[in-house]
Ligand binder design. Structure first.
Ligand SMILES: [Mn+2]
Length: 452
């Protein structure tokens, strides 16, 4: 509010969304900006802030609501719990906005659900305002608000870190359960069920749709129907959410309990790249340099295996590693698993920086200088993706000049996809890995799977 002295700020929780019809909704979770400001997740609630005052507007339950949902917290008890100045019925919101005479400007961030967006537009329109494009309009109050939220949410205070630690605990329970539930002959569903079950048992929910797959080369694979076979790798990218705060971890383990020599070589290499990158999570380090350093470690290993040919720095500069490591090394994490991605690149990219054109580097979600209190993921990977390797525009030049040796790569057919991901807090000193308790070195992972 210091950044917006003459402006009123409206923040929308967002509504319930139907799964198939209105009375059968998806599990509710409020918009993260709303949760950050209020600490609550209340369907359709609106927070109105102006002149140092905060008022929460809610749909007051009608009498038959208590019949179906039980008694609800009264408005005064809710006010006391959340620490806002007032809690009012939704019917009063329009009048509150209309009477805010001095505040002829209203800032408001975009909301993802269409119904809320419509409500937002009509409320603003009554005041002669319409939502502006905060991404392109540098003069807009919405952009000032977005930047203020980024500044607040980018650096986690002790309370936030405590919640992120709890999310990490739920995430750890899930991965151990997943490793122990893996058996040749079962489907991936069984592993997913064990992992989500561990999260639900801890009183948490998943922070994003889980990836639990023996086809790890399909980066966002949300199918779980494959039967696990002895020589498969299981790639699980699963995170728990504690009171809105996200965990995000990937582990890759052998279905049989023992990596094949080729799988072991790649898992060791990806871990080496990950450890090198984690060690760089320190104040003042540019995140893109962490990405590029992990790419160099991977590239050196691929040169050693004869998969890539050339000089490492030159290969990374040309983006040759992206044929097998096409995504960025990580992202910021907080209330959102990709924190504040609803604001485009405003949170991930420092002012004056923008996405690269090059294949691979263009998918990097974060390019800031790190500061204490920032939390990031570190998640290098290796994937054999036909859609990349068979693409004449992406892979063609590297095949033609013999940079990529597809024959050498064919030996690693049983690898498919490997990723190792942890959640890392930047501190004044050495990085703190919140998810360090989850086994990741090949021998540790094998021991857990074998002990099932
Ligand atoms: Mn991630």
């Amino acid at each position: 509010m210091e950044r917006l002295p003459d402006v009123g700020v409206l923040t929308f929780a967002g509504g319930m969304r139907p799964r198939n019809y209105a009375a059968n909704p998806l599990e509710y979770r409020a918009n993260s900006h709303f949760m950050y400001l209020t600490g609550a997740s209340i369907p359709d609630a609106v927070l109105w802030m102006r002149a140092g005052r905060s008022e929460l507007f809610i749909d007051v339950p009608d009498e038959d609501d208590a019949l179906w949902h039980g008694p609800s917290l009264g408005t005064e008890a809710l006010r006391a719990r959340l620490g806002v100045d007032a809690v009012q019925p939704m019917e009063h919101l329009q009048a509150a906005l209309d009477s805010a005479g001095d505040f002829d400007r209203i800032a408001s961030l975009p909301t993802p659900d269409p119904q809320t967006r419509q409500r937002q537009a009509s409320l603003l329109m009554r005041r002669g305002w319409s939502p502006t494009d905060f991404e392109t309009d540098p003069e807009s109050v919405d952009r000032t608000l977005a930047l203020a939220m980024v500044e607040a949410r980018l650096i986690h205070d002790e309370g936030a870190v405590e919640c992120l630690r709890r999310a990490a605990e739920g995430t750890a329970a899930a991965h151990l359960a997943g490793m122990r539930a893996t058996r040749p002959g079962l489907t991936e569903h069984a592993v997913r069920g064990a992992m989500e079950g561990a999260i639900l048992s801890a009183g948490m929910v998943t922070s994003y749709p889980p990836i639990v797959t023996t086809r790890g080369e399909i980066l966002h694979n949300n199918l779980h129907h494959h039967t696990m076979k002895d020589n498969d790798l299981m790639l699980a990218d699963v995170g728990a959410e504690f009171e809105g705060w996200a965990g995000d971890v990937t582990r890759t383990w052998p279905v049989s309990g023992t990596f094949t020599p080729t799988q072991r070589a790649i898992v060791d290499l990806v871990l080496e790249a990950q450890l090198k990158a984690i060690d760089m999570v320190r104040p003042g380090v540019r995140y893109r340099d962490i990405h590029l350093e992990s790419a160099r470690v991977l590239t050196q290993g691929l040169v050693d295996e004869g998969i890539l040919r050339g000089e490492v720095d030159n290969l990374v500069e040309r983006g040759a590693h992206a044929l097998l490591f096409p995504h960025g090394v990580g992202h910021i994490i907080g209330l959102d698993v990709h924190d504040m991605e609803d604001l485009g690149d405003l949170a991930g990219y420092e002012s004056g920086r923008s996405r690269a054109e090059q294949f691979g580097l263009g998918y990097l979600r974060l390019d800031r200088d790190l500061r204490p209190g920032m939390m990031v993921t570190i998640e290098p990977g290796f994937y054999i993706v036909p859609a990349i390797l068979d693409d004449p525009k992406i892979a063609g030049p590297f095949v033609d000049d013999k940079t990529l040796d597809r024959g050498a790569l064919a030996r690693f057919e049983d690898v498919r996809g490997v990723r190792i991901e942890d959640d890392v807090l930047c501190t004044e000193g050495a990085p703190e890995v919140l998810t360090a308790s989850i086994p990741k070195a090949a021998a540790e992972v094998e021991a857990v799977v074998q002990g099932r």
